[in-house]
Design a protein. Structure first.
Length: 148
């Protein structure tokens, strides 16, 4: 899903929550929009390139190419043989943030933003009928990488 969609939906959730939580509602952006910083981390590690604008440009171009590929294959699902680890998108990180909710409201708002973000991502993957593109678990991803 393109970043603008996550930005707009996170902003909408921010506006809804602002009357209740005030400035703390900005935490929704951390969970709903800035969670995608892990795409940059994965790109930088994989490509050994650390320029953020170059990363954004290449990842956007890759997304456009993938959308075209997936559109051509609409009749049948696409099962990818490898998955990418986006560390802030795995269920273990979601559980960690959930447990931190009990410490401060800030983490509740991050959690709500993450739920919104991940829901949009999974709806997009389901709509495109693409399976196996993203690692859902850090430990599962690690096991697949260390298996000989």
């Amino acid at each position: 899903m393109f970043p603008i969609v996550h930005f707009l939906t996170s902003f909408g959730l921010f506006l809804v929550l602002y009357p209740f939580f005030g400035f703390w509602s900005f935490a929704v952006f951390i969970g709903g929009f800035f969670i995608d910083v892990d795409h940059y981390f994965a790109y930088a590690i994989e490509k050994k390139r650390f320029h953020p604008l170059l990363c954004y440009k290449e990842l956007t171009n890759e997304s456009v190419r993938n959308k075209k590929l997936f559109t051509k294959r609409k009749k049948r699902p696409l099962y990818l043989r490898w998955d990418r680890l986006h560390i802030f998108h795995v269920w273990e990180f979601l559980v960690l943030i959930f447990l931190l909710i009990f410490l401060h409201t800030f983490f509740l708002l991050i959690f709500l933003g993450m739920i919104l973000h991940l829901s949009l991502d999974f709806i997009d993957l389901w709509k495109e009928r693409v399976y196996g593109r993203r690692a859902l678990s850090f430990f599962g991803w690690l096991q697949r990488r260390t298996r000989k």
